[in-house]
Design a protein. Structure first.
Length: 208
């Protein structure tokens, strides 16, 4: 008979397990050697078009697939209660990741964690896509030495997040310590093709 502490610990381990898988997927699948896998292709399109996110049905199928594999194995090994608790923690953290990732692109930061999360994530986008792979936590980047210590992120003007800019098109004063705009806001076909090519090749976008 499991205690309440054991059940809670299993849920916490599930949440931590997601953060590790988040890092592994981001580094070795989405930014791995091959850009042809569906996860890598969709993710690199997101790098070329920062307002693009993979369809919800793809994410739902992925979550169902992982649950169908992980849950029966855990139940067989640890019992139903701990297996369900671990899986619930894992899926809850996955859902939170999806929310936090999208909000980093669509909403301004709130508090030190929100500030770190956005600065780290947009350094990953605009400075070096091969580093700063953790979206929700820096822990695994520290462990695997892929941390991206950038104080000021150079954001291509054409790819700037809406929340970053004031009505005059300049970086809002509240974010001037973390971001600076570079280049022009042109978004013609040649520029879009160049951004797509850079994303597919795991390079940061040009700053023209």
């Amino acid at each position: 008979m499991q205690t309440g502490i054991e059940v809670l610990a299993a849920g916490a381990l599930g949440s931590a397990g997601w953060t590790l898988l988040e890092y592994v997927l981001h580094r070795f699948v989405f930014h791995g050697a091959s850009a042809t896998r569906i996860g890598a292709r969709e993710h690199r399109r997101h790098h070329a078009q920062v307002d693009y996110f993979a369809p919800a049905w793809q994410k739902g199928l992925a979550a169902l697939g992982v649950t169908a594999v992980v849950l029966p194995l855990l139940v067989a090994v640890t019992g139903a209660l701990l297996g369900i608790s671990f899986t619930a923690g894992f899926l809850t953290m996955y859902a939170l990741y999806e929310i936090l990732h999208r909000r980093a692109h669509t909403h301004p930061p709130r508090g030190p964690y929100g500030r770190w999360r956005r600065r780290n994530h947009f350094a990953h986008h605009f400075v070096d896509p091969r580093r700063g792979q953790g979206v929700t936590t820096p822990v695994w980047d520290v462990v695997f030495r892929t941390r991206l210590p950038v104080e000021i992120v150079r954001v291509p003007r054409r790819l700037a997040m809406p929340w970053l800019l004031g009505e005059d098109g300049a970086v809002l004063g509240a974010y001037a310590k973390d971001y600076v705009l570079v280049g022009t806001d042109r978004a013609d076909d040649d520029t879009r093709r160049a951004d797509t090519r850079a994303a597919m090749e795991n390079r940061s976008p040009a700053t023209y």
